[in-house]
Design a protein around this ligand. Structure first.
Ligand code: 2AM
Ligand code: CA
Length: 280
């Protein structure tokens, strides 16, 4: 039986339909709470924020997924202790699962807290470590990005395709400034130093998942960031691949769920892009 066929799930909903439903519901709820949350807590550092909306949103998604697929495993940002060691351990513990949902309830929490409308809900389903469904929802623009392995990636029901730039000099590249100011930030800044003079321009908008969706949609030529977690990248990785782009780590090695330093692009600039990042 096809694992994604209606017979395999309660209520006859496919994996992708459930992911879309979760992302849309969660996104609407987050947006409705924007500007009115009461608790702002610091996690790993003063640059790592969480609100009660992040936590409530993750609970909502977890419950919905659990209703449809009670035997599937779940890895969510808010269920894991802050810091790279805890997230690596959580991923390792979950990596044996046949089906693993990987969820970031709000990617871009700092933006959300400040009212800067660039944040997203990111939901991926991995089967034995390979992402097979990826959904990213941007509630500020009501944009839903969806990919299914082997079936393409879509936004507003239109098939997405990465951009056509063939050189860094024509490229619009995004990055993120990491919350870890000891190791990840200096490494990222070296990349900025190397790339800034080579590209058309750089952007730093604050949601890794949405940056990846924009690479898939051809709005950015590429994106890299240091020190991310599986939930920031998993859904976006499939969007990029299914739109004809390439995703690796920043040294050009193949992407897998444990990758923390990520480089995604339209494929055509990938060699030059990763080559510049590797200079350091
Ligand atoms: P978040 O909003 O879900 O925390 C911005 O540069 C990107 O980095 C966002 O996707 C953000 O995700 C992520 N990010 C923020 N703080 C982080 C941390 N301490 N460790 C890893 N990723 C982080
Ligand atoms: Ca988050």
């Amino acid at each position: 039986m096809d694992d994604n066929s209606p017979e395999s799930v309660i209520g006859g909903k496919s994996f992708t339909a459930v992911a879309i439903n979760c992302a849309a519901k969660a996104g609407e709820w987050i947006k409705s709470k924007s500007g009115s949350f009461s608790q702002l807590n610091l996690k790993y550092s003063q640059h790592d924020l969480v609100t009660e909306v992040d936590k409530g949103c993750e609970r909502l998604i977890r419950n919905l997924i659990g209703t449809h697929f009670p035997h599937h495993s779940f890895l969510g940002e808010e269920g894991v202790e802050p810091g790279p060691e805890a997230s690596a351990k959580a991923l390792e513990e979950a990596s044996d699962a046949e089906y693993l949902w990987i969820v970031d309830p709000i990617d871009g929490t700092t933006n959300y807290v400040h009212g800067f409308p660039f944040y997203s809900v990111s939901i991926a389903l991995a089967r034995r470590g390979q992402v097979i469904v990826g959904v990213i929802y941007d509630p500020s623009r009501d944009e839903l990005f969806v990919a299914e392995r082997g079936k393409g990636a879509y936004v507003h029901g239109r098939k997405m395709q990465v951009s056509g730039e063939t050189a860094l000099s024509q490229s619009l590249i995004a990055t993120g400034f990491p919350a870890d100011h000891l190791e990840a930030l200096p490494q990222n800044l070296q990349g900025v130093q190397e790339l800034a003079p080579k590209v058309r321009n750089l952007r730093v908008a604050g949601s890794a998942a949405l940056h990846l969706a924009y690479v898939a949609a051809g709005r950015l030529s590429g994106f890299w960031e240091i020190g991310l977690n599986a939930w920031d990248i998993a859904a976006g990785s499939l969007l990029v691949e299914e739109s004809g782009g390439r995703i690796t780590d920043t040294r050009g090695e193949p992407y897998h769920l444990g990758v923390r330093n990520v480089a995604a692009s339209n494929g055509q600039i990938h060699g030059e892009f990763v080559g510049a990042l590797k200079t350091h």
